[in-house]
Design a protein around this ligand. Structure first.
Ligand SMILES: Cc1cc2nc3c(=O)[nH]c(=O)nc-3n(C[C@H](O)[C@H](O)[C@H](O)COP(=O)(O)OP(=O)(O)OC[C@H]3O[C@@H](n4cnc5c(N)ncnc54)[C@H](O)[C@@H]3O)c2cc1C
Length: 352
């Protein structure tokens, strides 16, 4: 949940949203958003806004640390015992720090990046904050499909990817969006980052042209939810030891794949339309795009979690899941790329 604190002396309390921002020069409204408790009933929903790529440098206002925070001059360096020498130490310059932005990240962001952050904050204020305490209490995310569509309408799903209806924003924009989602609830950030960074990215990077066309536009719109099955009951931090196995059934390149095994702690698992399943093969670990309606695929909701309660987390069982093989002409050239690291980097090759 977001924190609210009284600003320290010398900081404006009048500027809307000032609990997270310094008093700003007149005319700078880049971050003037009401906090959840300040929002009126007539607060507009944000679904009319949609992110799209902006031109220009990503970090227009970037400054180095030394430019932004000059170190106080202490005169010539002194030895270990300098503190008891007779030379007086000059008084330290007092720098007022924002207690909610101690690293001074705000100063490094461009107006466009602050605007992205402001819009996501507003969406959280209207779509998440009023309900998330109840979701946490019930340990569930009811209405997850509607929420996913709302987030998709805004362009938050696969926000950093190009094409296929994705917003094509920068990594900084995506990071700021996730920071705002996380401030509302980790479970909601998890919904968005598992969808975009894990499930969509795996298809976008390693999938065939057909898989990309089939899944990415629907996932970007939030009409299809994806999950990413890497972790297993006995092999969380060490995915290279996974037991889920995929074997060929048939002759040559046209042979089907058959998947057997189980996955644990899978975000979005029991609400997903598509699962990216990682499995051992004779050629090492590979990823498979599995429509969750495929016979033999089963997802069970994990209950009684102590954290990430406003999130769907599931156990997956794959019992003879049969996947037809794409013609090799449709396979992505990237199919032998290295495995993305979910926990510790796997050393085997993979392809979706
Ligand atoms: C809510 C939730 C959602 C999740 N969503 C997904 C998902 O969508 N997809 C997915 O694939 N996984 C998901 N995970 C799984 C998550 O990635 C694993 O929990 C994580 O990889 C750790 O695995 P583990 O739980 O088996 O812990 P373990 O591997 O048993 O590790 C337990 C502890 O031991 C430490 N440890 C383990 N090995 C070593 C070592 N060699 N050296 C030093 N320390 C070590 C770990 O750091 C950890 O602190 C999710 C987990 C949770 C709780």
């Amino acid at each position: 949940m977001r924190r609210t604190v009284d600003p320290p002396q010398g900081w404006s309390k009048e500027v809307p949203g000032s609990e997270r921002t310094k008093a700003k020069p007149e005319g700078d409204h880049t971050d003037d958003l009401p906090r959840p408790h300040q929002r009126g009933q007539d607060q507009p929903r944000c679904s009319t806004f949609r992110f799209k790529k902006v031109s220009g440098p990503v970090l227009a206002n970037h400054q180095t640390w030394s430019q932004r925070t000059p170190l106080p001059a202490h005169g010539p360096s002194r030895g270990l015992l300098g503190c008891i020498s007779m030379s007086p130490r000059p008084p330290r310059a007092r720098v007022k720090a924002d207690p909610l932005d101690l690293a001074g990240i705000d100063d490094m962001l461009s107006a466009e990046e602050k605007a992205v952050r402001a819009v996501v904050r507003q969406v959280c204020a209207s779509c998440v904050d009023p309900y998330v305490a109840q979701w946490f209490e019930s340990g569930d995310l009811p209405g997850i499909h509607e929420l996913a569509k709302e987030l998709g309408r805004l362009g938050l799903l696969g926000m950093h990817l190009e094409g296929y209806g994705c917003a094509g924003m920068s990594a900084v924009d995506y990071g700021l969006a996730c920071l705002e989602l996380e401030a509302s609830d980790s479970g909601i950030r998890s919904l968005v980052s598992v969808q975009g960074s894990l499930a969509m990215f795996a298809i976008w990077e390693h999938g065939t042209a057909e898989q990309k066309q089939q899944w990415l536009p629907a996932m970007a719109a939030g009409e299809s939810i994806g999950c990413f099955g890497l972790t297993e009951p006995d092999h969380g931090s060490d995915p290279a030891k996974m037991r889920t196995r995929a074997r060929r059934d048939g002759d040559g390149d046209s042979a089907d794949w058959i998947l057997n095994g189980s996955k644990m702690w899978i975000t979005n698992g029991s609400v997903a339309e598509v699962a990216i399943i990682w499995a051992q093969t004779d050629d090492g670990i590979r990823g498979f795009v599995v429509p969750t309606g495929t016979p033999g695929f089963c997802a069970t909701l994990i209950k009684h979690k102590m954290s990430l309660r406003a999130s769907v987390t599931s156990e997956l069982v794959l019992d003879g899941v049969r996947l037809p093989t794409m013609p090799s002409s449709q396979r992505s050239a990237a199919s032998s790329a290295r495995c993305p690291a979910w926990t510790r980097p796997a050393t085997a090759s993979c392809g979706a």
